[in-house]
Design a protein around this ligand. Structure first.
Ligand code: BG6
Ligand code: MG
Length: 217
């Protein structure tokens, strides 16, 4: 089956922003009296801002009204934006920029499928915005990962079917979204969190287009 396009998650795949999401959520959790560890954070990866907050509130058995929730999400986002304000190309994860260039040179399409509402800001800051044929982010979907909507919209925007595309994901919610949507999926990170993926690689350092083609022959 030939591959016509790759769809990339952003946080934790293209850029190491997961650490900033973690510290910003941890600050907020502390403020509302909820213990929040790195292990808890793993469960939030790939989830939308609102779903992440809901999980944290559930951990603390807290029930808050909508206005309070909106204020808390805004606070977390302001702090996150502060953390990423000095982000630049140096924070692109090793090898991923070269991998995207290789795809483009081979005439393949490239899309973004991210839950983040800050995706455009980040891609601009790390100077990758112009490389994408389609950008589907948290502002363009109704249902967040593990729902496949974000990737289905990405494939549609490129005029392709899920079976033509490979999704790269670092979060178990994102891997589930890709597989449920009928995509092939490469997990980025540790096998234990991503066992639904077709295969898992630690990152793009030693991964080239030819490796992808060989694996999906
Ligand atoms: C995902 C991250 O990409 O985007 C989540 O993995 C994050 O941790 C989500 O909560 C939403 O991001 P943002 O930037 O819209 O708050
Ligand atoms: Mg991610």
């Amino acid at each position: 089956m030939s591959i016509k396009a790759c769809i990339f998650d952003m946080d934790g795949v293209i850029v190491d922003s997961a650490k900033y999401h973690f510290v910003a959520w941890q600050e907020l959790a502390k403020e509302i009296g909820v213990k929040f560890t790195e292990h808890d954070n793993e469960q939030l990866k790939g989830l939308s801002r609102v779903d992440s907050l809901e999980r944290i509130l559930k951990m603390g058995n807290l029930h808050l009204d909508n206005d309070t929730k909106l204020a808390l999400m805004d606070k977390k986002n302001q702090s996150y934006l502060q953390y990423i304000s000095s982000m630049n190309e140096e924070e692109i994860l090793p090898g991923v920029g070269e991998f995207i260039d290789e795809l483009m040179a081979a005439g393949m399409k490239v899309a973004l499928g991210s839950s983040s509402r800050n995706a455009t800001v980040i891609l601009e800051r790390i100077k990758l915005l112009s490389k994408f044929d389609a950008i589907i982010d948290g502002n363009k979907v109704t249902f967040s990962k593990p729902d496949p909507e974000v990737f289905l919209k990405g494939a549609e925007a490129m005029g392709l079917k899920p079976k033509d595309c490979v999704v790269f994901e670092d979060a178990s919610a994102g891997v589930k979204a890709a597989i449920d949507g009928g995509f092939r999926c490469v997990g980025i990170g540790e096998e234990q969190h991503l066992n639904q993926a077709n295969f898992v690689i630690p990152g793009f350092q030693d991964f080239r287009l030819n490796d992808l083609i060989q694996r999906f022959k």
